[in-house]
Design a protein around this ligand. Structure first.
Ligand SMILES: *[C@@H]1O[C@H](CO)[C@@H](O)[C@H](O)[C@H]1NC(C)=O
Ligand SMILES: *[C@@H]1O[C@H](CO)[C@@H](O)[C@H](O)[C@H]1NC(C)=O
Ligand SMILES: *[C@@H]1O[C@H](CO)[C@@H](O)[C@H](O)[C@H]1NC(C)=O
Ligand SMILES: *[C@@H]1O[C@H](CO)[C@@H](O)[C@H](O)[C@H]1NC(C)=O
Ligand SMILES: *[C@@H]1O[C@H](CO)[C@@H](O)[C@H](O)[C@H]1NC(C)=O
Ligand SMILES: *[C@@H]1O[C@H](CO)[C@@H](O)[C@H](O)[C@H]1NC(C)=O
Ligand SMILES: *[C@@H]1O[C@H](CO)[C@@H](O)[C@H](O)[C@H]1NC(C)=O
Ligand SMILES: *[C@@H]1O[C@H](CO)[C@@H](O)[C@H](O)[C@H]1NC(C)=O
Ligand SMILES: *[C@@H]1O[C@H](CO)[C@@H](O)[C@H](O)[C@H]1NC(C)=O
Ligand SMILES: *[C@@H]1O[C@H](CO)[C@@H](O)[C@H](O)[C@H]1NC(C)=O
Length: 823
């Protein structure tokens, strides 16, 4: 008896955990990804390894697994792995081999999107700058120089994976690989060469001989055997170009990214689930969330132009790795519900019944066993429906939702009925630490550049990124103008720049600054200036804010003052063109060269003054601090600062620009999940800094003293800069009658207080629930009994628990709860 049980347990374990010890066969047909003969549908999620730290990886991966994912997907980022040609870096958070090994240890599959063009709101789409500067090169087309480099990098990555036995064919976790990326979106601009290039990509990838399927996303003419796949908010209408290919959704955009000045995007749990459920209703086989964890654009890795440092993406795991609830939990329940039908979905017979008003029933069945699995969808954007399936029951299907019916007669999930808990996180001050920091400061040394002294000269205005090789955001353009006694001294300085930020100085005096927008990075700067008789020095500092990462020929998008013109416009529009003057150049800041950001380099230049300078341009600030205690993620609040870059213990935590406020318009209190999502629907944070909080990974911190360094470009005030933790503070639940509501605080916390509980017809949302017309008398006391003092609790939401709720009549009652969590 006992040994029998043990055998059963062993059997169960071996069925649920993918076996990695020997070669794993991965094939497919139109209905399934077939792994070792098992017909599977796959839930996958994107987690980009360089957007977190190796110390965060195990927790992120575990949370992805707990959320019901089968696989984790990542791109590989060429620019940071090969910053200098043939000099590679795979250390620290670039150790993608370790990342895949952790995925394997967690019992998950991996999806490897090599690109090596990746887009990804990543600097220059992942291309290293040396590549662009190679003679006779043209990127992403049928060019021998480019193809050769692409093949060398692709082969290097493939060989590293082979060496580590990471491909499923070798017993490893990686079941799918991608070459190129969304080329179909822009291919027509490259003419015949584009088509030749994509054919070459397919052959080159195929010749890598990795024993697993290759995909190309957004490539409707994908050469066989490449599987073309779909990216977007919805892919239910997509069909691959080969009827034998599985229907794959490589990027289900679960939210959106943000540029400086943009509001916080928010895609609801309801609509996210609707997109996924519709996709599987209509024959989907593989769904990958883009992103599952967005993370942080550390250093200068943000793409552009003007992509923010936070890459939160409103993903199921937030920037810091916290569960983004209810999205994470709602999708977890969706995955479990769809998996109930896996066998039938991957092999059944499909029939569809129309009920009118955009309501359809899709039935997957096995006519020999009588097993059935159904999706009942209401794709109408406003009309709810009640559908009578006769002996299979009667179902209320809200507008823009899908009900999943196990056995076609039991509702196990509806995309618009969110039972998962909502959590509210707060930024909390460690009460044992002073919020106030003590600062020293140093002016950025500019003697040389304000005097027009650079390192090299040219008789033209150079393109910025190809001049700096993108080792810095900054390029100084300097020239002189001789004025004789007789000519006009008051002129207008006119600078036409391709972006992204310009600072102008004349004769060491600051004249002004200006920047463009993500849609229009190029702009014209015009300021009246006074020239003195004799030699005048014009110093222009141009800064990039993330290099373009998308679009046809994006790599040739100019940056800096390239070509200009730079002009002096005098009386009667008499124009002096300075564009072909002798220009002197300097790459980067002196403070960067002196490594002022690195506490290990003790420069003597730091000053302690009674009055810390505020609003001072081109200034470095430094403060020591103790890490907030505990394990909650740490952020630094940079409100009050202008624009620049921040470092903790020498690690760049990215660019900051809190003075850039989000648009004031377009936010609203309510958010209707119904109807097609687009990025400016349901936005929040109007009129506030587009990014105020900056992630400081715990692994960047030491237990004793830490150092924060800020380089401030525009002028800011560090007075209010402080370190906080993101802490789970409030949990809300909202469940319909005859379901189980589960609430949980974070590990180490307990539920301390019931702030609201009502079983009846409460309204409002987490943080602002109100009672409705009816309410069970026992609502609060029963929730108290079940939850207070515990780290998690589960409540049977029914009249069995709460008694009848007087005055509710025959409506479907729901329970709304709000509790506080305490450390
Ligand atoms: C379903 O499974 C059977 C038996 O395994 C197989 O013969 C058949 O081709 C499968 N059908 C589909 C549509 O995949
Ligand atoms: C139907 O179920 C039987 C028994 O499980 C199985 O052998 C067969 O492959 C299934 N056929 C289809 C089309 O799903
Ligand atoms: C319902 O199903 C029919 C038949 O498959 C299809 O033509 C129609 O587009 C579907 N409507 C919706 C809203 O899914
Ligand atoms: C399978 O059963 C469904 C539902 O009963 C029916 O509509 C369909 O025609 C059957 N298909 C086959 C191939 O027998
Ligand atoms: C300014 O530069 C843009 C390209 O960045 C160019 O299209 C435009 O013609 C220039 N304007 C002038 C006045 O030269
Ligand atoms: C100078 O040029 C600007 C723009 O081209 C024009 O609007 C203005 O009228 C001109 N002024 C004179 C004095 O010619
Ligand atoms: C900075 O410090 C490191 C390590 O202490 C040293 O190797 C390097 O030379 C220093 N660089 C500068 C510019 O002082
Ligand atoms: C920098 O200064 C600190 C204290 O002022 C000292 O402990 C440390 O050894 C110095 N480091 C270097 C590399 O000079
Ligand atoms: C610091 O924060 C306080 C409180 O919010 C505010 O009143 C003050 O203006 C801020 N100071 C600066 C320099 O931003
Ligand atoms: C509730 O009761 C009313 C009146 O008795 C009836 O018309 C309605 O169909 C009932 N609704 C449900 C959901 O049972």
């Amino acid at each position: 008896m006992e040994s029998n049980t043990r055998i059963k347990i062993l059997l169960l374990l071996s069925l649920s955990i993918p076996l990695f010890c020997s070669s794993i066969g991965v094939t497919y047909d139109s209905n399934a990804i077939i792994i070792n003969g098992q017909r599977r549908i796959i839930f996958s999620g994107a987690i980009h390894y360089p957007r977190s730290t190796p110390e965060m990886w195990p927790d992120l991966i575990q949370k992805a697994k707990d959320g019901g994912l089968d696989a984790i997907e990542t791109y590989v980022f060429w620019d940071i792995h090969e910053p200098v040609r043939r000099q590679y870096d795979f250390a620290g958070n670039l150790d993608f081999i370790k990342f895949f090994k952790l995925i394997q240890e967690a019992g998950l599959y991996g999806v490897l999107r090599i690109g090596p063009y990746v887009c990804a709101e990543w600097n220059y789409g992942g291309f290293p700058m040396w590549l662009k500067n190679m003679p006779d090169i043209e990127l992403r087309t049928n060019n021998e120089v480019y193809k050769n480099e692409m093949q060398i990098f692709t082969t290097k990555i493939v060989n590293m994976c082979k060496e580590a036995k990471l491909f499923a064919s070798q017993g490893g976790p990686i079941i799918i690989a991608q070459i190129e990326n969304e080329y179909g979106n822009i291919m027509s601009h490259y003419g015949d060469a584009g088509k030749a290039y994509i054919n070459w990509c397919a052959q080159m990838a195929q010749a890598q001989n990795i024993g697993i399927p290759w995909i190309m996303c957004q490539q409707s003419d994908a050469p066989q055997p490449m599987i073309n796949t779909c990216n977007g908010y919805y892919c239910d209408q997509f069909t691959p170009n080969n009827p034998k290919s599985p229907k794959m959704f490589t990027e289900n955009w679960i939210g959106w990214f943000k540029t400086w000045g943009e509001r916080d995007p928010h895609r609801t749990a309801e609509d996210s689930a609707f997109s996924v459920a519709r996709f599987f209703q209509l024959g989907g086989v593989f769904n990958n969330y883009y992103m599952y964890h967005g993370g942080t654009n550390f250093g200068r890795t943000a793409g552009g132009p003007y992509i923010t440092t936070s890459y939160d993406y409103d993903a199921p795991l937030d920037e810091y790795g916290n569960l983004n609830q209810p999205k994470w939990g709602h999708l977890k329940q969706l995955h479990a519900a769809i998996k109930l039908g896996e066998k039938l979905l991957t092999n059944g017979t499909v029939t569809t019944k129309e009920f009118g008003n955009n309501v359809n029933l899709t039935m997957y069945s096995n006519n020999s066993t009588g097993e059935r699995f159904c999706f009942l969808s209401n794709a109408d954007t406003s009309r709810d429906a009640t559908i009578d399936l006769q002996t299979d029951g009667k179902y209320f299907v809200p507008a823009w939702s899908v009900t999943i019916l196990d056995g076609c007669n039991k509702e196990v999930f509806n995309t618009a009925k969110v039972n998962a808990q909502t959590t509210l996180l707060v930024k909390k001050q460690d009460e044992h630490r002073s919020a106030q920091l003590t600062w020293t400061w140093a002016p950025e040394p500019m003697r040389d550049t304000l005097q027009g002294k650079g390192r090299f000269r040219a008789r033209q205005l150079l393109e910025q990124k190809q001049t700096t090789l993108d080792v810095s955001d900054y390029l100084w353009y300097m020239t002189t103008v001789d004025v004789d006694e007789s000519s006009s001294k008051n002129v207008v300085l006119h600078v036409n720049t391709s972006g992204h930020v310009l600072h102008a100085f004349v004769n060491k005096k600051f004249i002004g600054y200006q920047w463009g927008t993500a849609e229009e990075p190029e702009f014209t700067f015009e300021k009246p200036i006074s020239l003195k008789p004799g030699t005048n020095v014009i110093t222009l500092l141009s800064a990039t804010v993330g290099l373009q990462n998308y679009g046809e020929f994006f790599d040739s998008q100019p940056t800096g003052i390239v070509g200009g013109p730079v002009q002096l416009i005098g009386d009667n529009n008499v124009t002096t063109d300075l564009s072909s003057n002798v220009w002197s150049y300097k790459v980067g800041l002196n403070g960067e060269a002196k490594r002022l950001f690195d506490p290990l380099n003790n420069s003597s230049g730091w000053r302690t003054t009674k009055q810390l300078p505020a609003g001072r341009r081109m200034t470095w600030y430094k403060a020591n601090f103790k890490a907030p205690s505990g394990t909650d993620p740490v952020v630094v609040d940079l409100q009050g600062m202008g624009k620049g870059q921040a470092w903790v213990n020498g690690h760049s935590i990215g660019r900051f620009w809190p003075s850039f406020q989000a648009n004031v318009d377009g936010c609203s209190e309510t958010c209707d999940y119904r109807g097609a999502y687009e990025a400016d629907k349901c936005v929040t944070n109007c009129g506030y800094p587009s990014q105020r909080w900056y992630h400081v990974p715990r692994s960047f911190l030491k237990s004793d003293t830490n150092t924060l360094v800020l380089f401030e470009e525009l002028g800011g005030n560090p007075h209010n800069v402080s370190f906080k933790t993101t802490t789970l503070d409030t949990v809300c639940g909202n469940a319909y009658e005859n379901s189980i509501l589960e609430l949980s605080c974070n590990q180490g916390q307990t539920i301390s207080d019931i702030q609201f509980a009502s079983f009846g017809d409460p309204s409002g949302k987490c943080g602002s629930f109100t009672k409705g017309n009816c309410d069970a008398r026992l609502s609060v006391s029963q929730v108290e009994k079940a939850c207070v003092g515990k780290d998690a609790c589960s409540i049977d939401v029914s009249t069995r628990t709460f008694g009848s709720a007087d005055g509710c009549g025959n409506i479907t009652k729901r329970l709304a709860v709000q509790v506080s969590c305490e450390n």
